[in-house]
Design a protein around this ligand. Structure first.
Ligand code: GSH
Length: 201
């Protein structure tokens, strides 16, 4: 979501919500009042309306500020970009989310090694699918779809950041790495990186 806001040059105030401190600040009553799912992000508009779910928020941003577009002009292109974004946000990310990792560790008692193996397995499964969707597709360009960043790139880069954090092997995905590297040359992506946020550890 930060990437999308930066790409569009839309000003915002970031309110840090630490996922570990205080037992997870996203689980507090105050945060749940914003997002009852106890997941970040929650995006509050000036009139107090709160939007949740990154994909829904990014599509909202694209509707209220269409330029630069995060979705292609053609219906088939939009379907492809949404499919790529959802392959990450709906299929890959949820099984590796913090609450899932905490559950398998704490409730099911798996070891740290098994937890990392779980993480790497689902990253590999997700990236193999994504690789096949991207490699040699005529619409894959400098970015996931064409030569400007889309919703798909906004999902890809944070996921790869997490994969690197967990030392997932990435050599098998040269196209994905090339696209991420192209994104990471852009200030919108650089300024959204976790390590440059005010609450970075
Ligand atoms: N589908 C949601 C997922 C949100 C989500 O899972 N956010 C993570 C951080 S990236 C989170 O809040 N995790 C807290 C937890 O797992 O307890 C979205 O795209 O907004």
């Amino acid at each position: 979501m930060r990437i999308a806001l930066n790409l569009k040059g839309m000003p915002y105030t970031a309110v840090p919500v630490h996922l570990v401190k205080d037992g997870g600040q996203h689980c507090s009553a105050a945060y749940r009042a914003r997002n009852p799912q106890a997941l970040v992000p929650a995006f509050e508009l000036e009139d107090g309306t709160v939007l949740t779910q990154s994909l829904a928020i990014m599509e909202y941003l694209d509707e209220v500020q269409p330029e630069p577009a995060l979705l292609p002009a053609d219906a088939i292109g939009r379907a492809r970009v949404r499919a790529l974004a959802q392959a990450i946000a709906c299929d890959l990310h949820p099984v590796n989310n913090l609450r899932v990792l905490q559950y398998v560790s704490q409730q099911l008692g798996i070891s740290a090694e098994q937890k990392d193996a779980w993480y790497r397995h689902w990253v590999a499964t997700g990236l193999q699918g994504l690789k096949a969707l991207l490699a040699d597709h005529p619409s894959t360009g400098r970015f996931c779809h064409g030569d400007t960043p889309t919703l798909a790139d906004c999902c890809l880069v944070p996921q790869l950041y997490n994969a690197r954090r967990f030392q997932c092997p990435l050599d098998a995905y040269p196209t994905i790495q090339r696209i991420a590297a192209a994104c990471e040359t852009l200030p919108a992506f650089q300024q959204a990186a976790p390590e440059v946020q005010p609450d970075a550890d």
